[in-house]
Design a protein around this ligand. Structure first.
Ligand code: SAM
Length: 263
């Protein structure tokens, strides 16, 4: 028996052992016998164990080399669990067949880049059920009009419908994190409602709009160097007034504006 390891703060290691919350995460993801689960950061395998009891298959990606022998010993007997020693930001998700559910108590230091990475390969996944810093979960689910609504909200909502499931108190983790936590499910859209022609341009536009969120769109978008004639015609063509500020635009309005300004 390999003894449990000392948690490394630099790897975002806040282990969740409380069976009540572990079950709630697996219930929120509605894990059943036909499901294939991608777990990011299995840690000491507490969530992995429940997932492996309910799902058809669990593929778990762990970066900490100290944990690999521990996990291999824990799950050596379980044919439906595969442990990979890899950085989840580098994993080639596009090599997976479609239909996976992601379930993870994420290391918070990579949550935003990882969500962006997973959304790039969104055709491989049906849902993402993620433990996040509560503030990040709230930003993701926020609608237009408030200070929480920003780049991450628009990016995630373009491709999924977010649903905040429940909060988890710091005391449920070992060691206790310094921030509040919440579980969120992102249900990937089958056909993103928004058929925008150029994803990269849309991302640049949303980033530019929120980079100076107190300015009007007309001013904030200057950095994109769009011809004045295009900017001048935007309202007539899209119905989006460039005298507005980024935080007032819906996801659909961003997509419409990007489509027009790019063409
Ligand atoms: N799932 C476990 C639990 O609930 O107790 C552990 C969760 S802990 C918050 C995050 C886990 O992600 C740790 O095991 C950490 O080593 C791992 N991790 C950190 N960075 C990672 C990365 N880039 N790729 C894969 N795993 C990573």
């Amino acid at each position: 028996m390999i003894s449990p390891i000392r948690a490394k703060k630099s790897l975002g290691q806040n282990f969740l052992k409380d069976p009540h919350y572990l079950r709630k995460i697996v219930d929120a993801a509605a894990v059943g016998p036909v499901d294939r689960i991608l777990e990011i950061g299995p840690g000491m395998g507490h969530l992995t164990r429940i997932l492996s009891e309910r799902a058809q298959k669990v593929l778990a990606l762990e970066l900490d080399d100290r944990l690999i022998p521990y996990l291999q010993q824990e799950f050596g007997e379980k044919e439906n669990v595969e442990i990979r020693h890899v950085d989840a930001l580098e994993y080639p998700y596009s090599s997976l067949p479609g239909g996976w559910k992601v379930v993870a108590n994420l290391p918070y230091y990579i949550s935003t880049p990882l969500i962006q990475r997973l959304l790039q390969d969104r055709s491989r996944f049906t849902t993402l059920t993620l433990m996040l810093q509560k503030e990040v979960a709230e930003r993701i689910a926020a609608g237009p009009g408030g200070k929480e609504y920003g780049y991450l909200s628009v990016l995630v909502q373009l491709y999924s419908e977010p649903r905040i499931e429940f909060s988890v108190p710091a005391g449920a983790f070992t060691p206790r994190p310094e921030v509040d936590s919440a579980v969120i499910t992102l249900v990937l859209r089958d056909h993103p409602a928004l058929a925008n022609r150029d994803h990269n341009f849309l991302i640049r536009l949303v980033k530019a709009a929120f980079s100076q969120r107190r300015k009007t769109l007309r001013n904030a978008l200057k950095q994109l160097e769009i011809p004045a004639s295009k900017m001048g015609a935007a309202f007539a063509e899209t119905g989006v007034d460039l005298g507005r500020r980024a935080e007032t635009l819906t996801v659909e309005e961003f997509a419409k504006l990007a489509d027009f300004l790019f063409s």
